[in-house]
Design a protein around this ligand. Sequence first.
Ligand code: WTA
Length: 695
Amino acid sequence: EGALSRLQVLAAHFGTAEASENHPGGIKRHPTLAGAEEPSHQQASVNTPYKARTGITSRREYERLYRQSVEDPAGFWAHVAEGYDWKQKWDTEHMRSNLDLDRGRVSIEWFAGGRTNICHNCLDRHVEGGRGGQACFLWEGNEPGQDAVMTYKQTLDAVCQLSNWLKSVGVKKGDRVALYMPLICELPIAMLACARIGAVHSVIFAGFSAEALAQRVQDCQCRVVITASGGIRGKKTIPLKQIVDDGLKLAEKAGFKAEVCLVFEHPAVPRQKCPWQAARDVWWREAMARQASHCPVEWVGAEDPLFLLYTSGSTGKPKGVLHTTGGYMVMAGCTTKYIFDLQPDDVYWCTADCGWITGHTYLTYGPLLNGAQVVLYEGVPNYPSPGRVWQIVEKYKVRQLYTAPTLIRSLEAHDAHFVTDSDRSSLRILGTVGEPINPRAWDWFNKVVGEGRCPIVDTWWQTETGAAMLTPLPGAWPLRPGCATLPFFGVQPVLLDEKGKEVQGAGEGILCLKAAWPGALRTIYGDHKRFESTYFSTFKGYYFTGDGCRRDEEGYYTITGRVDDVINVSGHRVGTAEVESALQSHDTCAEAAVVGFDHPIKGQGIYAYVVLADGTSASPEVKKALVATVRSQIGAFAAPDSIHFAPGGLPKTRSGKIMRRVLRKIATKEEDQLGDTSTLADPGVVPKLLETRGK
Ligand code: WTA
């Protein structure tokens, strides 16, 4: 389950005959936005001068270190790890991994025998080093003028209080704690408090619905849930506690009961307006008042779990990706330092939410490991005006800005004065992540936002990889719009061709990673078999990324998009199977098939084909109800942009497989490229679908 056969993947990517039969894939490309843009490999390179303080200022220097990192990974990473505090050093043979199923169980181990604590390295280490008075979090609220600063010492005290409270309610090392919170300082504080005592946090993005929350809380059995009364984003108040109550009720019906719920009172929803269960719920402020601001660190094993983060794949329910402590810490710290040239005191802003992996590695752990001042912004980028992001940059004198192509495209749509009205002279490095960035948005980011003087680091990675894998290092080599350029230290990308052989030199193929890196996921929570089959069975001995990729003569890598059934909506991974199953749960829906299409702002949008149940006729109300079902089962971000009723059924092969290639071409109005439809059980469904397509 979760696995794609090698043939399916290759066929999907290379467009061979089987693709249509077996696999939805089809070659996917950058969203080209109305097809008007040149693809990234035809773009000229851009040389932005920047002298990195890390000392890596040329490709030559990088290559020297890169070679070391792949020739002697254990030695290279041990050297990096020495930059952090360890209670106990790792064994001399600390790197023990097997990625090859033919040689037994897949397992990844780094710094075996070592004991450390990531919270200690993020906070205590800086406070003990005399930097306790420096700002740790620069929090900016939804409304301009609403803000707060927390120093490293204040953050440490708050973390200790929460750790003590967690212990007081019986949370022990290894226990899972769910966090469902707005982007306020208390969210990273709660992550750090769990890490401090060896508890495993599972952050659930506050845009997920009650049902999605229930599913996640239940899967990893979180006895404790931490939330807020509510949150506010733009003009919208979100009743978080109400959603938690609904979710926990659902979980209870399914047989799992959370025992304690800690609630931070957010001004957006005053406590009188909050649903409350006195036997279970506790107010954050009252609970902390009773806790000491000192809490000893639990020194955990390098391979003890740090966190779980659920992510969508091509099939089945979301997977709880498990990261452990030592390797993740070393790689989060090291990548942040080199990619953002991050030094203590730098004001750094990553616009991601802690609910996604970027918010774990590059909003919380990475920057704090480096002692930076981290901007946290609770609101949305265009509130109260499309100039807000740039006002925040000016206000805090942000040096590094890390964001997503979606945000760039949505702000690019407005007049340039929204950008130029604010002083951006503090900016030195710009970064993007989450989805391919189209060259036009890249250009705008470079020229209008960065005034042509800030290198753009286009970082490719995944929830599973823990840290950036392909990325420019600022100033070290020329950039190209839409291109992630070269592998980070210790990362060994390979492109596999249609025979599953490694492509040498320039070429295109399926992106896989060879050899283990310290930040890699270790398993899928509670399902090691699924971990092995999803990532290591498609190509034996390689980690399968699910992305297509091109390598050019310079050795630069360009991601061409997913080759599996995952849709990337505004940088959020959405599994087609999940959306289909949500639609099918509605009694008006007999059958559903979901495909992605290029969307000018979101990168990809969701297009759903629905076959209505007998006795239901197509109407705007039914459409609304179907969209509402997806919202309530997954979350608003997964709501289909289009619903297409298919009165004649879905195009299927004689063996009953849905031919998604055809559905995708119809959704994107490329019916001239439908390809061979002669293997369809009923070729007549195609003209019917074309007839019923909206304008
Ligand atoms: C896509 C986000 C192109 C890719 C950190 C990957 C990208 C998926 C880039 C992982 C990039 C991420 N260029 N595509 N720079 N970064 N992706 O797990 O398809 O939310 O497999 O991790 O996003 O999404 P995830």
